[in-house]
Design a protein around this ligand. Sequence first.
Ligand code: FAD
Length: 382
Amino acid sequence: MSFSLPGDLDMLRTTVRRYVMEELRPLERTVEETDHLDADVFRRLREKAASIGLYAHNIPEDAGGGGISMLGQVVVGEELGRTCMPLADAAGFLPVAITRAAGAQREWFLDPVVRGEKTLAYALTEPDAGSDLSGLRMRASRSAGGWVVNGSKQFISGADIADFIIVLAVTDASAELRSRFTLFIVRRDDPGFDYLFNFRKMGWRGYQLGAFTLDNCELPEDRVLGEVGKGFAAIMDTINTTRIEYAGRYVGMADELLGLAIGYANERRTFGEPLASHQGIQFTLADCDCELEAARLLAYRAAALADAGDPGMRLAGTRAKLYASEMVGRVADRVLQVFGGAGYMCDFPVERMYRDARAFRIGEGTSEMLRIQVARQILKQR
Ligand SMILES: Cc1cc2nc3c(=O)[nH]c(=O)nc-3n(C[C@H](O)[C@H](O)[C@H](O)COP(=O)(O)OP(=O)(O)OC[C@H]3O[C@@H](n4cnc5c(N)ncnc54)[C@H](O)[C@@H]3O)c2cc1C
């Protein structure tokens, strides 16, 4: 078993880190303070990401993406975790469900999305259903020209500006869960689409989470993404791979936090000594380091299994996301404490990461849902 990354992934890491440090880092403070990422700036960042082969890095080459391995995606995730969520989005990590686009959809939908010319939101959650997809109410019924969709979605990242919103709707309420849903491509100018509002929230400033309704929204047949009744499989494919790259992001954020803590602990003096020379602070840093490394290995292992086509990647990815999302919360809390009062102030990015990390235990599967999934698997196995 090898614990070192292939050399080409070191090069990939260098490329992404340079993009993050040179293009994204200088914008962090403005985005945070204004809670806004200018549309032209966002477009320029996507273009830059596309020019270095980063945009759509997780999408297979035959669908026009970078086609990098899952292990490569974790490395990209680690570097993107060093910046804030809206800016990280410019690197073009896209839901793999889009690769179900077929025929003419490739031209008007997939190609411009993969090139970064058009943007996407991905809408599953509804007022009455988040963790429990069996509670989804958005309903699509066949009509003469295609489909009529009714229902509402909430907490949808980037839906305020997205050119396309992929929505999951019930197409056969009597079917078992696996064949109950279909994915549709909605445009914000579709008649019946009504964007309601942006939520006020704790972190992820500059990234809006919105609510919208579809009221007798008529969609032609070519807005079905993938096959009718196959929406569940498409979202599971997306979730299973997203969890692994996101575990990498949480590791990256924790690594950034630990670096800040070490820098501060070496500079700040109390009782005539640098903070770093006090054993209590050393223990805190050591705990952060061990947990960070454990999360990194879980993410790398899940990625290696995914790259080998091993179905064990699902359980491994669930473990990695669960552990890494909780780990980064603990690390952010401890690092804030190392900074003392300065950690609570907005002069350092620690308080921003503390707030941003809190959402990681909720999005892409809450910690409770992940524990349920891990428990189900291990109870079956042993
Ligand atoms: C920052 C952020 C970005 C998001 N972006 C998107 C997006 O782009 N698209 C999208 O579709 N959604 C998005 N979401 C929504 C997110 O996916 C949901 O919030 C999440 O799935 C949980 O659903 P819920 O909020 O309805 O909680 P609920 O399902 O109502 O659950 C409430 C709490 O109860 C727990 N719980 C539920 N059932 C059980 C059980 N059986 N046993 C134990 N505990 C249980 C849950 O874990 C949770 O802690 C985003 C959320 C956040 C915070």
